[in-house]
Design a protein around this ligand. Structure first.
Ligand SMILES: [Zn+2]
Length: 396
């Protein structure tokens, strides 16, 4: 057991870095640790939804082409209001063979391993740059990665940007090499209000939203039937676009004609598709929805689509040096697709080949009483040092 690594994780869990809160104090803590380990450190300051946030870029080694990026996000999903917690989410607790705390698996455990590896590494052996990138906002909009990826040449100064990145999202050490794009947007239906006893004077926005949902649901079923066999191995459960109705709200009272209704929709498209194609198709289908409610033909509702917010897909070419190294280090033989999106979307967009592989459990991510296996936490650091040795220290 390495007590320094546990101490770092304990401190990281104690910072409340739920995405809406500022990550700056926790990022400054990490910056100090990496600076003390002899790394060059650059903070990228951001404002996201009016809150001060930061990304951290730290590197060591000879500034030659090649090398490796190791990355993770510092923000976590919320714990407050999530049913099922019996522990303090912001206090690390060791219980049997598990480590508990919000972010233990997703993904402060991995960040603590990065710090431990940075301390343990013999920097004089790094023939190529080793770059750590810690990001903000992954769990909400991936805006941290979106901002940091294109700025890396500037933030790294003398070091050429590596073309390979390893993101330690919780996968129980499986190697994931692809995920779908993701797009989120809102649909707003505006009707006309009035007393519910006189429906002919208004138009009910909830009723019209129901028609919109039906139209989108039909499209969802069509896409489910349109399996793309090219992706059957990567996404065996869903080699097709998938959609979700996330949040709906509308209406004021049971005796008032609902004047407004809004719906938040997300979808994920296969990596070879334009991430906005489905948005345009939904817009087209909603244009064909009958804007009257069922009570009267007198008035029409309006249906509007909000601006789409999206992150690109990720798909790493097989056979990279990083893939070979991660396969060897984890005993994995084949990479597969991830059912979730990651910061790798924006790394890939910047031309960086990115693989996802981490010590946490995907099943523990976003859960109450989130935890990670102590064995994986302890084993992962040696594995990371081994990967760094292969990618940055071995000459050739
Ligand atoms: Zn994560």
């Amino acid at each position: 057991m390495n007590s320094g690594q546990y101490e770092t994780l304990e401190r990281l869990i104690a910072f409340d870095t739920v995405s809406v809160n500022s990550d700056v104090p926790a990022m400054e803590y990490l910056a100090d640790l990496l600076e003390n380990a002899g790394f060059h450190v650059a903070m990228q300051r951001l404002r996201i939804a009016g809150v001060a946030q930061a990304n951290l870029v730290a590197w060591a080694g000879e500034p030659r082409p090649g090398g490796l990026i190791i990355s993770g996000h510092l923000d976590t999903v919320p714990a407050a209001g999530q049913p099922g917690w019996t522990r303090d989410p912001f206090r690390m607790e060791l219980d049997g063979d598990r480590i508990h705390g919000r972010g233990a698996s997703d993904m402060k455990g991995f960040l603590a391993q990065c710090v431990e590896a940075a301390r343990a590494i013999d920097r004089a052996r790094l023939k190529r740059p080793l770059v750590f990138i810690f990001t903000a906002d992954e769990e909400v909009g991936m805006l941290g990665a979106q901002r940091v990826a294109p700025e890396l040449p500037k933030l790294l100064g003398a070091a050429p940007r590596p073309d390979l990145a390893w993101i330690g999202e919780p996968t129980s050490f499986a190697v994931l090499n692809a995920h779908k794009s993701i797009c989120a947007f809102e649909i707003r239906v505006r009707g006309r209000g009035g007393h519910s006893g006189a429906p002919e004077i208004g138009v009910n926005a909830i009723a019209v939203m129901g028609k919109a949902i039906e139209a989108i649901g039909r499209l969802q079923a069509e896409r489910r039937a349109a399996r793309d066999e090219e992706f059957a191995a990567l996404f065996p459960d869903s080699p097709h676009d998938v959609m979700n109705f996330g949040i709906i709200s509308g209406g004021l009272a049971t005796n008032i004609i609902a004047e407004e209704c809004s719906l938040k929709v997300t979808y994920r498209s296969l990596p070879n598709r334009d991430p906005l194609e489905l948005y345009r198709e939904i817009e087209r289908r909603l244009g064909g929805v009958d804007p009257h409610d069922y009570a009267s033909e007198n008035h029409r509702a309006t249906i509007e689509l909000g601006r789409p917010v999206f992150a690109p897909a990720m798909r790493a070419a097989a056979g990279s040096a990083l893939e070979r190294t991660l396969f060897a280090a984890t005993g994995t033989r084949a990479a597969r697709g991830a059912p979730f999106a990651t910061d790798g979307a924006w790394f890939a967009e910047a031309g960086i080949t990115t693989l996802i592989c981490g010590p946490g459990d995907y099943a523990q991510a976003h859960q109450p009483n989130e935890s990670m296996a102590r064995a994986a936490f302890e084993r992962g650091t040696g594995m990371m040092l081994n990967v760094i040795e292969q990618m940055c220290a071995v000459s050739g």
